[in-house]
Design a binder for this molecule. Sequence first.
Ligand SMILES: [Fe+2]
Length: 180
Amino acid sequence: MFTRMQDGTADDWAVIGAAHMEHFTKTPSQLMDMLRSLEHVTLGFACNQLQHSLMTGTLARRDGASDEEVTIALLHDVGKAVNIPNHGAIAAEIMRPYISDDAYHAIYNHQQFQGKFYFEFLGSDPTLRDNFTTESWYTLAEKLVDRWDAPAFDPDFEVDSLESFEPLVQKIFASPARML
Ligand SMILES: [Fe+2]
């Protein structure tokens, strides 16, 4: 195996490629662990971010949403396990190799859609979502935020368990559809 990339051979890259494919099988459990860690992130809301994520996913599931929609509902805030201010971008980039472009953009921009409900209290513009009305993903982002995300801060709501979502996470993140 090379010690400088400049010296790599086809055989080296076959080994590296196989190791990458093996590593990718860990993605679903890594995402489940990231979700689990959100139990310790509350940020002043009425419930912690695991309950919020599970409630968002549960509402989507009970709304007859597609597998991809339930997945992005469940995981739209998973970026908060890494960093809060840009959590939408983080979550969107984590999921990008596995989801549609519309789903990617809906997650990436979900905070600007949520802003309709609170940006006025933070000195920002609550109409930012209006900048996206002509985008193909506008309806999805609106549904994600208005129907599933924004109503999902009830600590007493009986959510579906994290484990109940595991088969879906395993399926959607089984292998990346693209590498970049
Ligand atoms: Fe959220």
